[in-house]
Design a protein around this ligand. Structure first.
Ligand SMILES: [Ca+2]
Ligand SMILES: [Ca+2]
Ligand SMILES: [Ca+2]
Ligand SMILES: [Ca+2]
Length: 636
């Protein structure tokens, strides 16, 4: 076995080691995060501490070292729908869609891709830790199991009641590397169970879009769509014109159809295309490889597969044109099951492992400033997380980027945006693969930050240029099939070529370890820095006969904020006084909504005026959607 090792260096709490970390507003001792008491404790005293703090005033992050530049989403040239620029086939699978020949339990997730048929062997191996439980999440539209597990260190609190970190892989239906990242992370975490914090739970769903991943794996087609049959072109026929392997080379790549009005022309580097200029020839339409099977003049316009699951969540769902986002939000069994699971838990962190941008992307998949995410007050947190991510993965990421920036196009209806906006969870997309993973000798790749710039004279986009440089300088140019003429009925001339499998969408097998490097350490770092609420009863509690005053405030002992996102109601910290019979509240509110506490932050003071007998024992409880209750008993 060779999993990413969780060394001591990874465990030292990099979140806390980043310069300019949260100041300790209460003049605290700087202790690391502590598990909160699992059972009610007598009121403890903390004589120190200045007065109330405004939680919103705490800024846990350092100043952004990089200059701020607006980076609008990249635009495709206006044209009839071009095929995805980065078209490739799936990693070579020696066994097609059939179970692996080699026993998968003996394979190493950093050296071989794992697929859904490996789930039972994986579960058996993980179960050796004694910490893993299987989840029943149902099946995809195509009848494939939505395989999921939960685990955590032994501890007094059941997994379902702990702050939970979700590891979701391949929801986009093409990122086999995302599934692999979840598997490698789970394997690494379970190899070092002593390092897992006792108050956190992990839920892992490696193949979150089993239909899309299966199609991508076998044919490199479908673009991640699930198995719902949809009449994409509205001609009354379902899935009548799929792509085809015209040149019988076991790959379905891209196709250029010569067309006087086509929007594309060859760039300076003839492998790539750029928007055609006026009067230029030859010009092309750009589609997937395949014939016009139904003779309607369009090529491969309606293949199998329907809904893109990561555009099916109820935020910006309506922004997606056409049927790809599904007939209604959460219309698909897998997205519905994921949403219900997230809603049922204390969902603190959602890591969606997918994409070939190689970056850590914050929420913000919708176009337009009206819907801008993340919120201003959460930007420092995401900035800091991108720095921590860079420290673990050694990937250069000059600044925090949003989902649409990382993707180079709007990415509405995503799980990342929904988990942030609806649940107040700290959600992000982890681009497992990208040109930044294996930078060429010519320095770091910042293509994804330059996608808004007009193409240089060569005409190819910065992203394609980055991939071309990666291919030429680290792979000797092997991995792009030059355009070959092909006979195609109904058109004067056509060519087939493009990116081969295991290039831009998923990493070649020999680079997989590099793509996975640091992801388990980053995940563990998050788990160890989750918010931990602590009720602090202030000592100047007074009594005069039956009348007494209780004062308390809430501290966040963790380094991450107690919540994020726009819905203050969803992830706010709540402080509650539980009174017993014979006790009367004279002034104050039994429950107050505090909002979000920054990492190491302290709330204002809250006080209650009560009429209570001398022997009364009351409980003060602080909790949030993420954080299990912290309870203190008070004898006023
Ligand atoms: Ca059709
Ligand atoms: Ca048709
Ligand atoms: Ca082919
Ligand atoms: Ca057709």
């Amino acid at each position: 076995m060779h999993f990413p090792k969780l060394t001591g260096a990874l465990l030292c709490g990099l979140l806390m080691a980043v310069p300019g970390r949260a100041q300790e507003p209460d003049g605290g001792t700087g202790d690391g995060p502590q598990p909160e008491p699992a059972s009610p404790e007598p009121a403890t005293q903390d004589p120190g501490g200045p007065g109330a703090q405004d939680p919103a005033a705490q800024d846990p992050a350092p100043k952004d070292p990089a200059p701020k530049e607006p980076v609008p989403a990249g635009q495709e040239p206006a044209a009839q729908e071009p095929a995805t620029p980065a078209v490739t086939a799936p990693p070579v699978s020696t066994d097609g869609d059939t179970p692996s020949a080699a026993p998968s339990a003996a394979r190493d997730p950093s050296k071989a891709y794992f697929f859904l048929e490996d789930k039972d062997a994986l579960f058996a191996r993980w179960s050796a830790s004694g910490l893993v439980e299987r989840l029943e999440l149902g099946t995809s539209t195509g009848g494939r199991e939505l395989f999921g597990v939960q685990f955590g260190a032994s501890g007094p609190r059941p997994l379902a009641e702990r702050a939970t970190i979700f590891l979701i892989g391949g929801l986009d239906g093409v990122s086999l590397s995302g599934s692999q990242a979840v598997i490698a992370t789970v394997s690494a975490l379970l190899e070092s169970p002593d390092t897992l914090p006792a108050d956190a739970a992990f839920v892992a769903v490696p193949w979150a879009n089993a239909d899309g991943l299966a199609r991508w794996r076998s044919l490199g087609t479908g673009g991640g769509k699930n198995d719902r049959a949809i009449d994409d072109d509205g001609d009354g026929k379902l899935d009548e014109d799929p792509p085809d392997d015209l040149d019988k080379n076991d790959m379905i790549l891209e196709m250029l159809i010569e067309d006087r009005t086509g929007p594309w022309a060859h760039a300076g580097d003839p492998r790539f295309l750029r928007p055609a200029r006026e009067g230029e020839a030859p010009r092309y339409r750009r589609v997937r490889e395949g014939a016009d099977d139904d003779g309607d003049g369009e090529f491969n316009e309606d293949g199998p597969g329907g809904v893109l699951l990561d555009h099916n969540f109820p935020i910006g769902w309506e922004d997606v044109r056409g049927s790809e986002s599904g007939p209604w939000p959460l219309s698909e069994p897998d997205t519905d099951a994921l949403a219900k699971l997230l809603l049922a838990r204390r969902t603190a962190v959602v890591l969606v492992f997918q994409g070939n941008h190689g970056l850590l992307a914050s929420p913000g998949g919708r176009a337009g400033s009206l819907h801008a995410l993340p919120m201003k007050e959460d930007e420092p947190t995401y900035r800091r997380l991108s720095e921590v991510f860079a420290t673990h993965t050694q990937r250069l990421q000059p600044r925090a980027v949003t989902l649409s920036e990382a993707r180079g196009e709007p990415w509405p209806g995503s799980l990342v945006d929904w988990a942030y906006a609806a649940l107040g969870a700290l959600s992000m997309e982890v681009g497992v693969w990208g040109p930044v993973v294996q930078p060429s000798a010519r320095g770091p790749v910042d293509a994804f930050f330059r996608d808004s710039e007009p193409p240089p004279s060569s005409g190819i986009t910065p992203v394609e240029e980055a991939w071309a440089r990666w291919l030429d300088e680290t792979r000797g140019g092997i991995g792009f099939l030059d355009w070959q003429p092909i006979e195609l009925a109904g058109v004067p001339s056509a060519r087939v070529g493009g990116w081969e499998r295991d290039t831009v969408v998923n990493p070649p097998l020999d680079v997989l370890p590099q793509a996975l490097n640091g992801l388990a350490g980053f995940t563990l770092d998050l788990a160890r820095n989750l918010p931990r609420l602590d009720v602090e009863v202030l000592r100047d509690t007074k009594r005069d006969g039956r009348v007494c005053v209780i004062k308390a405030r809430v501290k966040n002992l963790g380094t991450l904020p107690s919540g994020v996102g726009p819905g203050a109601q969803t992830s706010s910290v709540r402080l509650r006084l539980e009174i017993t019979p014979g006790v009367t509240l004279l002034a104050g509110q039994l429950e107050v909504v505090i909002g979000h506490l920054p990492g190491r932050g302290v709330s204002s003071e809250f006080s209650w005026l009560l009429s209570a007998p001398e022997n009364a024992v009351l409980r003060i409880v602080a909790e949030s959607a993420w954080s299990p209750p912290s309870v203190r008993e008070v004898r006023p």
